[in-house]
Design a protein around this ligand. Structure first.
Ligand code: ZN
Length: 273
């Protein structure tokens, strides 16, 4: 059911961010009734599949600070109480999660304040698996972004840029945090120059890493966090499933918790392909 003006509203919304171009074109041409899928005909689905970009969170999932792991307590059981209930003890930055701007800024949006429009974005996936396999301290660079654009075209305006370093496959094993004998972690991240380029020249809104941090693991200065989050943008860490989405053309949906004042939170992240 679509009230008068609904199609126009949807059309303008879709066009505003350049999302769902096929669906918008179909709406404009009035061809939805002829679309292949019944769901598409209702104007609900303008994608073919949904890809989970989220790790299953368990108490053994590695965390940036070792004792930040998930805690789980059984409060009631079906056998004793007739219903099952558990309580989590969870640091906000645990498993696949979002960093809100306030996480690395004196003032900034908390997780509940991030506009929903900023959480549904075109997704661009930068593949640095070969570089990361050679060097676990690899930092995704402006050269990697330029190489991606030479192959795939311009990074979409207002996009989420995701780094696929191949690290997701290492979780939840020790290789994910990859701590050395001194406790220093070695995993890839975004170089601050890449973050700067994405902000100032590409209008990107989201940054997603398949490792435990936006910065590479050995960083002590968190340059990328301090450049990116105070600008009002969000980051995602421990994203998964990037092997199953195209380099460009998918839409990412970041379903965050809506906890007042939150600096981030474990999130369900999916790609509409
Ligand atoms: Zn975080």
């Amino acid at each position: 059911m679509c009230v008068p003006g609904c199609h126009a509203a949807i059309h303008s919304k879709l066009n505003r961010r350049g999302l769902f171009k096929a669906g918008a074109a179909a709406l404009a041409a009035g061809t939805l009734a002829g679309a292949a899928s019944p769901a598409r005909a209702k104007g609900i689905r303008v994608f073919n599949r949904v890809v989970d970009l989220t790790h299953t969170l368990t108490p053994d999932f590695p965390t940036y600070i070792p004792d930040w792991a998930l805690g789980v307590e059984q409060l009631t059981t079906f056998a004793e109480n007739g219903f099952n209930t558990r309580r989590y003890t969870m640091v906000e930055h645990c498993g696949t999660h979002i960093d809100a701007p306030i996480h690395f800024a004196a003032e900034g949006a908390t997780v509940d304040e991030i506009p929903l429009d900023d959480l549904v974005l075109p997704l661009a996936v930068i593949d640095v698996r070969a570089q990361a396999a050679e060097n676990p301290d690899y930092q995704l660079s402006p050269d990697d972004l330029a190489a991606w654009e030479a192959k795939h075209g311009d990074i979409p305006e207002g996009a989420c840029i995701a780094m696929n370093s191949g690290w997701a496959a290492k979780a939840p094993g020790d290789g994910f945090a990859n701590r050395d004998d001194e406790g220093v972690m070695h995993f890839p991240g975004f170089h601050v120059e890449a973050a700067d380029m994405l902000m100032s020249e590409r209008g990107a809104l989201g940054l997603a890493s398949d490792t435990l941090s936006l910065d590479h693991g050995a960083s002590q200065t968190f340059d990328t966090h301090y450049a990116w989050l105070p600008s009002g943008r969000w980051g995602v860490e421990c994203i998964a499933g990037l092997d199953d989405v195209p380099a460009v053309g998918a839409t990412v949906v970041v379903a965050t918790p809506k906890v007042g004042g939150g600096t981030g939170g474990n999130s369900r992240i999916m790609a509409l392909v």
